[in-house]
Design a protein. Structure first.
Ligand SMILES: Nc1ncnc2c1ncn2[C@@H]1O[C@H](COP(=O)(O)OP(=O)(O)OP(=O)(O)O)[C@@H](O)[C@H]1O
Ligand SMILES: [Mg+2]
Length: 436
């Protein structure tokens, strides 16, 4: 709890921008905050002004900050049908059990990975302990100052004892040409649109990568420059090497020229991905279908691995090899995610989903039909499938993969289901289901 030494006070001096850096506490401690999304819900105008002031500071320039009024109740209502951001800040004048009850309501809508900071009025150690027990990351007591707030956020995301901010998702095909890159790009785009969180696609298929083409971009510089001198890569250089495709999506594009030699080392890959993950919450690594020490390292180091396979024997064998390798080398990690793609090609003999899942001892998170019309049209337009046709069947699949790999609920579908379960007709509908 910050400001423990000071008694609680309700004094609300008018905010007039008096929080100059020179005099403010926390100046040395507030480090730049990575590209996370922060949503604040305030009870009190003064706190909202301070949050807004902090949001305009250079340290928060990479983060997406929005400040709303209405306190915890407004937050609860908002997240009924919206996904939660990386950080929620709630400002509340409630006391003890009332505050805890409202926070419990909020917790019901919080997706995994979302952190909560509470700004309260009461300097109460017992309340502070209760809040920590419930998973609240920090409790600040008003009056707060912008730098103090930034220091608290910065401690949450820059603390060397806590995990780095970004999650790395490695996408690999069980065979060449099975759609791994297409899925990586569409899923990354969906993630950035649905969660409104920043996502970077790192295209490690240096000679033949399609990220630039798929997003209709032709960057002059990209990931090859970073890999050539990874020790020089810092936040500023990264900003220059990334190409922004939409508000929340940027690509670290492959050069796709053949007159260069690409001597990538596993260490340089590690260093580059580490810098990216310190700057964005989600990094989607598009791996080429080739096997080398660095592809292996990226797979073994990733937070989540997504293996795309087509339903044939060679894909099954290769997918099994990758799954077995990961199982042996990552004993304390979750299993990789399997996506079966290009299913249902007319007249093709295919291995069934059940056979695939049994052989790999892994349930597929998604099965995508072969759909030459949507996939070829989107690829040729340099668009994502949902941008081209939001009704295409694959769009739901990309959403399904995005939610599964981030271990989130599909807020829209689940919350709709929850609402219909609460409907007065729900018991009747259940009975009808049974009768059928
Ligand atoms: N479900 C699908 N139905 C029809 N075409 C698809 C499907 N999925 C991917 N494709 C198409 O297959 C082709 C290969 O896709 P992509 O480049 O994503 O594969 P990859 O596994 O990344 O290949 P590489 O081994 O070259 O990296 C692309 O033209 C893409 O549009
Ligand atoms: Mg590819």
């Amino acid at each position: 709890m910050s400001r423990q030494a000071q008694p609680a006070t309700d004094e609300t001096e008018d905010f007039d921008g008096q929080y100059g850096e020179e005099n403010a506490p926390g100046i040395e401690k507030a480090r730049p905050i990575p590209r996370i999304s922060i949503q604040a819900f305030c009870d009190d105008n003064h706190t909202a002004e301070i949050l807004q002031y902090a949001a305009e500071d250079r340290r928060l320039s990479k983060a997406h900050v929005s400040v709303h009024m209405g306190g915890i109740a407004a937050a609860v209502a908002h997240y009924v049908d919206s996904p939660t951001p990386n950080l929620i800040i709630v400002d509340s004048s409630l006391r003890g059990s009332q505050l805890l009850a409202e926070l419990d309501n909020l917790a019901e809508s919080c997706d995994p990975g979302t952190r909560v900071v509470v700004i309260g009025r009461h300097n109460d150690v017992l309340l502070y302990r209760e809040l920590l027990k419930r998973g609240v990351s920090e409790y600040l007591v008003t009056p707060i100052e912008p730098l103090q707030l930034m220091e608290s956020i910065s401690n949450l995301y820059n603390n060397p004892d806590t995990d780095p901010v970004g999650h790395v998702f490695a996408f690999i095909g069980a065979k060449g040409g099975v759609g791994s890159s297409t899925i990586c790009h569409n899923v990354a785009w969906t993630l950035s649109e649905v969660l409104k969180s920043n996502v970077t696609i790192a295209d490690l298929d240096l000679a033949f990568g399609t990220t630039g083409l798929d997003f209709n971009q032709d960057p002059v510089q990209g990931i090859a420059e970073a890999l050539a001198a990874p020790e020089r890569l810092d936040d500023q250089l990264l900003d220059r090497l990334l190409t922004k495709c939409s508000e929340h999506l940027s690509i670290f594009a492959a050069p796709v020229v053949l007159d260069r030699d690409y001597d990538i080392s596993a260490d340089s890959c590690d260093m580059v991905i580490d810098v990216v993950r310190q700057n964005v919450p989600y990094v989607a690594v598009d791996l080429p279908h080739s096997w080398s020490p660095w592809t292996k390292r990226v797979l073994l180091q990733a937070d989540e691995v997504i293996i795309t396979a087509a339903p044939d024997l060679a894909n099954l064998r290769n997918a099994k090899n990758v799954v077995d390798l990961l199982k042996t080398a990552r004993k304390n990690d979750r299993k990789p995610h399997l996506v079966l793609n290009m299913v249902g090609v007319p007249k093709r003999q295919e291995i069934t989903l059940k056979e695939f899942e049994q052989a790999l001892d892994l349930k597929a998170i998604s099965v995508i039909d072969y759909d030459s019309e949507s996939f070829s049209q989107a690829a040729n337009n340099g668009q994502m499938i949902e941008e081209m046709n939001s009704k295409a069947k694959a769009t739901e699949k990309f959403r399904e993969i995005a939610m599964a790999m981030t271990h989130r609920r599909d807020t829209k579908t689940e919350k709709k289901q929850a609402q219909s379960a609460l409907s007065p007709l729900a018991p009747l509908l259940e009975k009808l289901k049974f009768k059928r």
